[in-house]
Design a protein. Sequence first.
Length: 310
Amino acid sequence: MSLSHDPLSLSQTPRAAADARRWVARICRELGREDLVECAQVGTAELVANAILHGVAPISVRVRGTATHPRIEVLDGSSEAPVPASSAVDSDDFLATFGRGLSMVAMSAVAWGASMEDDGKVVWFEPASGVGDHEAATPVFDSHAEPDVESRSDQAVAVSLLGLDVPLATALGRQYADLRRELRLLAVAHQDAYPLAANLSAMFASYERQLPREVQFAVKRARRAGKATIDLDVTVEPEAAPILTTMLEMFDLADAFCKAERLLSIQRTPEQRAFHVWYLSEYTRQIDGQQPVSFRKSGPGQALGNQQVS
């Protein structure tokens, strides 16, 4: 069963780390995971201390995942990536010095990492059953910093995205980021239990390469400007069409897994799915030579591409 605890809001004071330690310890015990309490407390205290010293309010901690694989996440308002230590911690003197920082997180976790967004970051770890009794986990970082616009080939097709809904695009982007993080965590930390996770993660990475990255940053700028909809002109390679068509089916399958709690993200809402189908179908339709259709004009209940939205 996936976890649904409300996050714990933290003050930017020294007592925040102690509050967070007690909170995660209580949740671990409620889950019947006494074996994880020590590592959960150590990693949480270090991440909260980092957020207080180097992050920006608001700061909170939450527990997600399952009783089998609980994941602790510390959120703050800074988009600056955490910086792991450059050298390994001496295991013989591991607990002798206070303030080991992210090295202690790594040695308290079977997996850890961070996702940087334009409005803050999430630093997460999955606690181990013993501090320092395993190989320190290598972090998995996802950065959404705005890159240069990627160049396209001479065969690239111009695509017009008309009436792109900014709030729906923003919400869908967050849902997708959660889904990708789940797949990456499974691929990194639980390859034996979830052998398909690595293949699925690679498939999603291929999918991301097909889409113009400038869309997500145009959406962010529009959101900051308070715009409800925007029109965008982008380009996409013709070979993207079969990949995007396959991913339409994959996202429906992911929704079914999320609903059944076989994946731990929240499934798309009907509105998000309608927007997603329109968005991907516009690429495949226009690659096929068809004229653009505005999202506002397409509406729920109409056929978009090869998918029926209801």
